[in-house]
Structure formats: C-alpha cells, structure tokens
Ligand binder design. Structure first.
Ligand SMILES: *[C@@H]1O[C@H](CO)[C@@H](O)[C@H](O)[C@H]1NC(C)=O
Ligand SMILES: *[C@@H]1O[C@H](CO)[C@@H](O)[C@H](O)[C@H]1NC(C)=O
Ligand SMILES: *[C@@H]1O[C@H](CO)[C@@H](O)[C@H](O)[C@H]1NC(C)=O
Ligand SMILES: *[C@@H]1O[C@H](CO)[C@@H](O)[C@H](O)[C@H]1NC(C)=O
Ligand SMILES: *[C@@H]1O[C@H](CO)[C@@H](O)[C@H](O)[C@H]1NC(C)=O
Length: 896
C-alpha cells in the first residue's frame, strides 16, 4: 500500500515523526503512536515470561487499566512457545467474584487444543490449535458474544466456531457478557482476585505485539497482523508497551521490543551444528538419523546466516583444510558439476573460491572456510573430518522410553539450542539434558532436587540410543535405569545405529537397518518370568477355555481291507489362547509368526483313538506352534524400552500344528461287499482336561480333505465332524465315509457269471434228442445240454473261489458270496432239471416204441411227449426265477 506511491509514503513518514514527538510529550494511551514511531523498521513490544532458571508463579503481566464490559473483542498476539505444560494460560480474567470470566489457554502438544472459557463459565469452547515449539506463530481470536461466533485464526488458517454455551440455571435469559472491572493477568491462571496461581498453569513463552480490541477485526486487518504489517486502525483496550501503560510486568518477566520483521522472517530451515568432527558419510547419516539433511544454502543471505550462527564452533570443527562444516553437495567428477547429494539435482547457488574449486577426483565434497575465508566454499576430500551441520524442518524431536509411569521427567526432548558448546536437549515441559564438561546431566526447571546423570565412558557420545542413567529426586523406585532416547516416531523402530525404520519392516525377514538389528530378537512370544510350561493356561472368562480343533487330511496313504487298517497323512491343528503370554511383531500371515522354542510354552497334548477306542499309531512328522494375529496391537507403552508392537495373549491365538501319519483300525462291515459303504472313525481328545475347564470345539469346517478322493477300490465320499461329550471329557469325533467302487466287480464278476447262467438256461432251447431223426448235430446237441451246464457250473465255482481269495474272509455271507451261491444253486437246479428231462425223454422213447410202429410219425398235438412238455415249462420257470432273483438283488443294492 505504500510502495506504489512515494508521495503518500513521505507524508505518512512525516506524520509519524510528528506523532512520535507528540507521544513523547504526553504519555496518554496512544499505542499506535508508539508502534508507528519507526516507519521502515517497526518495533513492537516483546514479552518474555519465565526468564529465570526455574519456573515460577511470580512471572506475569497484570492489568493497570480499567477493564470494560465486553460483548465482542479481538485478541491478537505473536507467540513463541519454549515449553508447554498441561495448561498454558495465555490470559486469565477474574471479575465480580467469577473465576474464568475470560480464560484462554492451550494444552499439551499432543492435545492440540486451545480452550476459551468466558462469561462466568457459561461459555466453554475447545478449538483446534497445534502448538509448534520455538517458532513464532500468529494468533488472532475474535469473539462475538451477540452473534455467538468465535473466529480463530492461526497463521492464516481460519476456523470458525459457534459459542458453546453451558447451561447455568437462572442465567439462560441473560445476555452473554464479559463483565468489566476485574483483574486480568497474562501468563498465569487466576483463581481468585488475589492470585491463586499454580505452577502447573504457567506460560513459558515469548509473546509479541499483544493487544485486545473491543471490536471485531476484519479478516484483512487480521491478515495484515499475521504478515507483520501492523496497520490496525483501532486503539486496543489492553496492550503491552515498555511504559507499561495498560499491562505491568511482574516478577521474572521482561518487556522489550522486537523488530517486526524478525517475527515474520522466512526461515531458511532449522539449522543445527553438531560439534563432533566426522567424515562426509558420517555427517550425512548423522543428519539423516535425526531426520534432517546437510545444509545447502540457496542464496547469499542463507549462506551468511548459517555461517554466522555456527561461527562460534569454528575452532573445534576446523580441519587441516581450514574448513569447518560440510555442505550437502557432491561433485560429479565426469561432468565437473556440483549436485545436491540427496536427489542429484544441480545446486542452485554456490560460493566456491575460484582457485580452490579444482577439478580433481580427490575433491568431491564441499566445505566452508574458517575465519580466514569467511563464507567461502572449498572443494575438499570427502574424508576430511569436520562438523555436521544439519538442516531440519523443525526442531528435531527425541523421545525417551523406559521411564516408569510415575516419573516426572519429560518424555519428549527437542534440539533447539546449545549449552557448554554442545547441543541442549530441551524437554517439552521442564527437564533439560545438557553437557556439563564431564557428562550429560539432566536438570529440571520445576523440581530443584530432580537431577540425573548419564553414565558414559566416551565423552563424544550423545545421550541418544540406549544409555544408563542415575536419577535422583524422581518418583520411580529405581535409581539406575536404562533409557532409550530415540528420534523415531511412535510407528517406527530404532535400529541399533539410531536410524529409524517403519515398524512393519521389523522382523519381516528382510534387512532394513544398516546393522541388521531389525531382524534380531524376533521371537514372537514373550514368556514372562514365573511362567510354567507344565500348567495349562488359566480361564479368561467364566466359560471354559476353547480349544479349536481342525484336521486337514492331506492324503489317505493306505486303505487295507484285509488287515482292517487305514493310514492317513494329516495336519492336526489346535488353537487356544494363553492369557499369561504377550506377543510381539505379529504379521498377518500366521506362518511367519512361528514360535522359536515351543518347549517353553504349554501346548495341548492330544490323544487320537479309532472307532473301537484303541489308540491310533501316531507318527509325528513335524510340529510347530504359531501365533495368529487376531487383534490390533495393544497401545504403545513408553515405559518399556522395546518399541516392538505388542499383542495381548487374551485376544490373539496360539495354534499347534502337528503334521503326522496316523495308522488306525477301522471295523469294516462287509455284508454288502462289493456294493458296501464303510464308516471309519477318529476320536481326538485332550486327556486330563475336564469340560469345566477346557472344551474342544471345531474350528471352521472342522475337517478338510485335500487328497484324491478315489482310492484303488473305494472312494471317500464324506467327512463329518462332531463334538461329543463323554463323562467329564469332550472329544472330537471325525467320521470318514467310503463307498466301494464296484465297477470292477460288474465287469469281472457280475456280468460274466450272469452270462454263464444265461447260457445254462439256453440249454433248454437245445433240441431234445429226437429218436426218429438221429442226425449228427442233434446227437451233439443232446450231449451239449449236459456238457454246457456242467462246464458253467465249473467256471462259476472257479470264479467264486478266485473272487473270494482277494477279499477278506468273513464268517458271514457277503453280498458277492450270496450272488455266487444263488447262481451256483440255480445252475445246479438246471442240471438236475436236465437230467429229469432226459429221463422223461428216455421213458417217452420206450413208450413210443411200444405204442407207435417204427417209421410212423405221430405228432398229434394232444399226444406230445412228457419230456417236451417239461422242457417247455422249464424254459419259462428258470428265467423267471433268475429275473426274480435279479430284481431282488438290485432292489437290495439300490436300497443300501
Ligand atoms: C487444566 O485446565 C482444566 C480445565 O480448566 C482443569 O480441569 C485442569 O485441572 C487443569 N490442569 C492443571 C494441571 O491445572
Ligand atoms: C533446508 O531444507 C529445506 C527443505 O528441504 C530447504 O527448503 C532449505 O533450503 C534448506 N536450507 C538449507 C540451509 O539447507
Ligand atoms: C556423472 O555424470 C555423468 C554424465 O551425466 C553420469 O553418467 C554419471 O553417472 C555421473 N556420476 C555420478 C557418480 O553421479
Ligand atoms: C565447562 O568448561 C568451560 C571451559 O572449559 C567452562 O567455561 C564452563 O563453565 C564449564 N561448565 C561447567 C558446567 O562446568
Ligand atoms: C481384547 O479385546 C476386547 C474386545 O475387543 C477388548 O475389550 C479387550 O480390552 C482386549 N484385551 C486386551 C488385553 O487387549
């Protein structure tokens, strides 16, 4: 607004100068005058609370001026947090005997909230406010109690909230108002008119340009405040100035001024130097471990800023090349160009000394000159040992694990400043870890008797990683304690080298840490001390423990009908839960979560029996216990050093998988052989487990068959699981159903034997030997009748004995035996009938010789010979018998 017209600018400048003289003459509350006193470089008020070494309730700003009634106001402030506590009270106003007439405070870093209470506790608003430490943040809150609207602007991020009213009886109809005439305090929480401050609610930060306006600022005005172009055309009712016009500094509070441009300065990243001399590679990995990169200034200003900041360290850092820290660039010797070491992109700016930017394969790194060659870059060998200057996006955060729950020490530390020429680890709330020339020591801003010391032999070491500390004045029982300080986040795992990997990469059978430490100590089970593998797991609820059983049959190796045995390859799996255990680093695929040493755990000992209750012969091929992840990990517990994901034994399942060959007998029922069906049983039980305590239940299907169902002679048709109880025990009963594949018998037994019998019947159709026409053929035909049937009988008998030899012998008749016996009987009867017919024929012949003269043919119908009549009858009788038999047989067959 000024740049465009120098004329207007000049006039304003004059006006300012004039006004500033006025301001000096009268100390009337004209804050704008003071703010405008310098036209180009505007200085604004700056307050630092808690300037002492210890937090105190004696550090605040108190109001001098009369506080008016307010129905709307806007509060604007630049704020830089140095420490945070549970409640950081920015503003507390007590009026008319009412606590929290107006209170604005923020919570801890994790809570990310700003709370605003007002109007005698009738309004309570919780607003999103993520605190960033050590950086200036710009905050404006405007509250309109008439419209019941709160606007919170944080670094140009605008959020609107409706006033959240709490119902207070008898006051619903009263309009919302902040009553005037009370006491306002900045930096402490007023509990009464005279104070009642609490150390837990102090504000440990710097604020700049604090002001409260009794109006609602427009968004433009707020934005100009955020951009440090302080052109707000109203007079604030409350503000800070060095004359302490409306706010008076009390105790350890310092009011100064600060250049506005410093508050809004664009940062060139967040740079830190670590005053230990190492090579380029170590420098890179050190910065990367803390999640930063090597510095690489992008312009002259940045180069000088960083140089000036690190200049005090030049003496400890300078090596023989007279350079003292590395830049994040390396030279490509082939092309003689400098590239960013991280992504290989060409660097934007450099400041190399012309003579020393030599082209040589030895000088591939870049360092900055010491006091003799200020700001100048040199090409140097990457093996030079210099300090690591790192660039971060924010102060590197480190977390401490292993402190007991009641410990009052901070769990989060930030690298922000130096102490004794080494980095200072500044705790989130009050503790700090600093170098005391001999060791790393921890002190507290809040608890004077709290201190700790790190035990280290190597003075170069940082308190990072796993270290032993001696703590005094804390509320933990142990004084000597191992603590892990790590830059890794809560979803990361710290390698032994300090670098971070994702937790999902831990124990995934791939090396992620440079030192392979992510694949060490990967056993999934934590066996607590006092665990006895002889004792079964305790009940989790009132109900008995479930042992989920399932059987996976891989193949049926042998099905022996003669010896009545069955050999089955199967995987028996039993799942259970053991609440005494905890698990670590579980993966989704349970087979990865194998327990290394299953003997240290209790595992169910099961027994397998067959249908006749005799023990089956179990040959165990392999046995393993796995953990099935069924629940999310339990919340991270920072009192435990180990960062591994932990899983409860109550909600995750152990599974014992036993791959074995089981040989067992099966009582075959062969009455219907070869169209029989067989049922074989397997019983599983965990002996010594009464059903009040643990019961077997089937898991899913219970049994899965994976092999080929068609065996040589039988086919497995079905597998059924049932859980049954017997006395105090439960057992799983598995039934395997087999069906005979009788196709063989149809082709080899039934059809040929049937044909034989049919042939035998056909003999009735052979002509009976006619005594009048003695032809050769007829003679033979007569012979055949007997011959054929006798032969058939012989063949049938042979068939029978042959078939019987290949199937088990039983005392009872099998179906196939019955078939043969029936056929043989029929065959036998046919032969008997043939003999009878033959006798009749001989009798007929003798009778005919007597009655009928030789050569005279008498074939009258009424006088047919008896044997022909019998033959004729038998032609029908036997097939009928056969058909009846067959029908009976097939109906019997199909009924089974
Ligand atoms: C922080 O403020 C809340 C709300 O006023 C209060 O309940 C809590 O006790 C305070 N915490 C401390 C440590 O004073
Ligand atoms: C620091 O890192 C940021 C982000 O990567 C980058 O923009 C900035 O230029 C860096 N500053 C320095 C001095 O390396
Ligand atoms: C140097 O540059 C050349 C040409 O661009 C490239 O082929 C080579 O890989 C680079 N060398 C290194 C070490 O980056
Ligand atoms: C550490 O040593 C330096 C100089 O050697 C000295 O100035 C400083 O006071 C010492 N600090 C402590 C805590 O002893
Ligand atoms: C187990 O899961 C139940 C239900 O999800 C939950 O309430 C319980 O807290 C879990 N127990 C443990 C030890 O994680």
């Amino acid at each position: 607004m000024f740049a465009g017209s120098p004329c207007v600018f000049g006039v304003l400048l004059l006006a300012c100068v004039f006004q500033s003289t006025v301001a000096q003459e009268s100390s009337a509350a004209k804050p704008m005058v003071w703010k405008w006193s310098k036209a180009t470089k505007i200085e604004v008020s700056h307050v630092k609370f808690q300037t002492g070494d210890f937090d105190t309730i004696d550090s605040y700003l108190d109001n001098e001026a009369e506080f008016p009634d307010l129905t709307q106001f806007t509060l604007c402030v630049h704020i830089k947090y140095l420490h945070v506590a549970e409640n950081n009270t920015l503003l507390s106003y007590y009026a008319d005997g009412r606590d929290n007439e107006l209170t604005i405070f923020t919570n801890s870093l994790d809570a990310e909230t700003l709370q605003l209470f007002c109007c005698g506790n009738r309004v309570r608003n919780y607003m999103h406010y993520p605190i960033r430490l050590y950086t200036w943040e710009h905050l404006c809150i405007s509250v309109n109690l008439r419209k019941k609207l709160i606007t919170l602007v944080l670094n140009n991020d605008v959020k609107e909230y409706e006033v959240h009213e709490i119902e207070v009886q008898g006051q619903e109809t009263e309009p919302l108002i902040v009553r005037g005439g009370g006491r306002l305090v900045l930096g402490q929480d007023l509990d009464s008119e005279d104070g009642g401050f609490s150390i837990e609610q102090v504000l440990s930060c710097e604020i700049a340009d604090f002001a409260i306006y009794n109006t609602i600022l427009t968004m433009d005005e707020i934005r100009s405040f955020m951009a440090c172009r302080n052109r707000i055309p109203y007079e604030p009712i409350i503000y800070v100035d060095q004359a302490m016009t409306t706010l008076r500094a009390v105790g350890e509070t310092e009011i100064t001024t600060i250049l506005e441009e410093k508050i809004c300065a664009k940062s060139s990243g967040y740079n830190l130097l670590f005053p230990e001399r190492v090579g380029f590679t170590e420098s890179v990995s050190w910065c990367e471990m803390l999640k930063g990169t090597l510095v690489l200034p992008a312009n002259k200003k940045e180069n000088e800023e960083i140089y000036d900041k690190f200049f005090p360290f030049r003496d400890v850092c300078t090596d023989s090349w007279r350079t003292f820290y590395y830049f994040g660039t390396t030279r490509n010797v082939t092309t003689d160009k400098w590239f960013n070491y991280r992504d290989g992109s060409p660097i934007l700016w450099e400041n190399f000394d012309v003579q020393w930017n030599m082209m040589s394969s030895d000088y591939e790194c870049a360092g900055v000159g010491n006091h003799l060659f200020m700001y100048t870059w040199f090409a140097i060998p990457c093996a030079s040992s210099m300090c690591s200057a790192c660039n971060f996006t924010a102060a590197p955060k480190l977390r401490i694990r292993g402190l007991c729950e009641t410990s009052i020490l901070d769990r989060s530390y930030y690298l922000n400043d130096y102490y004794n020429r080494r980095p200072l680890f500044d705790g989130e709330t009050h503790s700090r870890i600093q170098w005391s020339n001999r060791s790393w020591e921890l002190t507290s801003r809040r608890h004077r008797d709290l201190s700790a010391q790190m035990i280290t032999k190597n003075p170069k070491l940082y308190p990072l990683g796993l270290q032993t500390w001696i703590i005094s004045g804390d509320k933990c029982t142990q004084d000597t304690i191992e603590l892990l300080m790590t830059p890794c986040g809560s979803d990361e795992y710290t390698c032994s080298t300090g670098s971070c990997i994702r937790k999902t990469s831990r124990c995934d059978l791939a090396i992620d840490c440079p030192d392979q430490s992510d694949e060490l100590n990967c056993d999934v089970v934590n066996v607590p001390s006092g665990y006895s593998s002889a004792l079964p797991p305790p009940k989790i609820t009132e109900d008995p423990l479930d042992f989920r059983f399932s059987l996976r049959i891989i193949t049926i190796r042998e099905f022996n009908l003669v010896s009545f045995t069955l050999v089955v390859d199967a995987v028996i799996s039993i799942k259970w839960r053991d609440s005494r255990l905890t698990f670590r680093n579980l993966r989704g695929n349970y087979q990865v979560n194998k327990v290394r040493d299953m003997n240290q755990l209790w595992t169910p000992k099961f027994l397998v029996r067959d249908g006749s209750r005799s023990a089956a012969d179990l040959q165990v091929r392999s046995e393993a216990v796995y953990v099935v992840k069924e629940d999310a990990p339990v919340p991270d517990d920072i009192t435990i050093i180990s960062e591994d994901d932990r899983y409860s034994g109550t909600n995750n399942t152990l599974v014992l998988e036993t791959e074995s060959t089981m040989e067992f007998t099966c009582q075959f029922q062969l009455q219907m052989y070869p169209v029989d069906r067989q049922r074989c049983y397997l019983l599983f039980t965990i002996p010594g487990f009464s059903k009040d305590f643990g019961v077997l239940v089937k898991d899913g299907e219970g049994v899965i068959f994976e092999g080929t169902r068609r065996l040589l002679e039988y086919e497995m048709v079905k597998e059924v699981v049932a859980v049954e109880e017997e006395g105090k025990n439960t057992y799983v009963k598995i039934r395997l159903d087999f069906k005979n594949l009788y196709g063989y018998y149809i082709g080899n037994t039934f059809v040929p034997s049937l044909f034989l019998v049919v042939i035998v019947y056909l003999t009735f159709y052979f002509d009976t030997d006619d005594f009048e026409v003695r032809s050769l053929t007829r003679f033979y035909g007569q012979q055949n009748r007997i011959m054929v049937s006798l032969m058939s009988l012989l063949v049938l008998a042979t068939f029978f004995t042959e078939t019987s030899a290949s199937i088990p012998r039983t005392s009872y008749l099998k179906l196939i035996d019955a078939w043969y016996v029936a056929l043989i009987c029929q065959n036998f009867m046919v032969i008997v009938s043939l003999v009878v017919v033959e006798n009749l024929r001989l009798r007929d012949k003798a009778f005919a010789t007597k009655v009928t003269p030789v050569g005279v043919k008498n074939l009258g119908i009424g006088k047919q010979p008896l044997h022909l009549k019998a033959n004729f009858l038998l032609k029908f009788v036997f097939p009928t018998i056969l058909i009846v038999n067959l029908v009976a047989f097939f109906s019997f067959w199909t009924n089974i």
